[in-house]
Design a binder for this molecule. Structure first.
Ligand SMILES: [Zn+2]
Length: 81
């Protein structure tokens, strides 16, 4: 069983989120995410960012709850309206 570090996780994160990582790699990434809080937060952030990008691609604004969640993850306050 191979262990990946934080650097490797970040390098593979988009492949993983795209669903293009091999099954063994997926398991390694998931195992790392499960026990590493910074990487878990980062993975969650990237996942939400992808959702926003997908909304943008459809010509829609990111829904308000998504923007709030994202801002909270970034530790910033957003003005709404
Ligand atoms: Zn990590």
């Amino acid at each position: 069983m191979s262990e990946i570090d934080c650097h490797e996780l970040l390098r593979q994160l988009w492949t993983y989120l795209d669903g293009e990582a091999d099954a063994p790699l997926c398991e390694d990434l998931q195992r790392h995410i499960a026990r590493c809080l910074p990487c878990r937060q980062h993975a969650e952030f990237e996942r939400r960012l992808r959702e926003i990008i997908q909304y943008k691609c459809r010509g829609e604004r990111a829904p308000e709850p998504l923007r709030r969640d994202l801002a909270r993850l970034l530790g910033i306050t957003i003005q709404t309206g």
